[in-house]
Design a protein around this ligand. Sequence first.
Ligand code: ZN
Length: 131
Amino acid sequence: MHLFEVKTGSRECLVDITSRVQQAVAASGVASGVCTVYVPHTTAGVTINENADPDVCRDLLAFLGELVPRSWRFLHGEGNSDAHVKASLLGASAQIPVEGGRLTLGTWQGIFFAEFDGPRTRRVQVSMVRS
Ligand code: ZN
């Protein structure tokens, strides 16, 4: 298992971690298998989406903000309940097939760390299963 840190600069942001995940895949030496990207946090997640037009990320964050208003009648008293809900909506892991030692991402796909309660220093775990 490979671990790296992500320093997020604002309360909510999407950080493109594709190249760091690819580095972890290369370091594993696994040519063919499945890569799991896992985020061990309750107010952050991981998602795969377009990395060409940055407006896609802006739209995703704006839409989630309307879907999960911070002012909703949450019971959890930390003031970050919206972040917990958004983290569950996106999920804590993503799986990407690996062939020839490379992630088999589509042309426009990137892997994003999703911060919902930053800024913080976060961790991402990358593990491989050989096939
Ligand atoms: Zn909380």
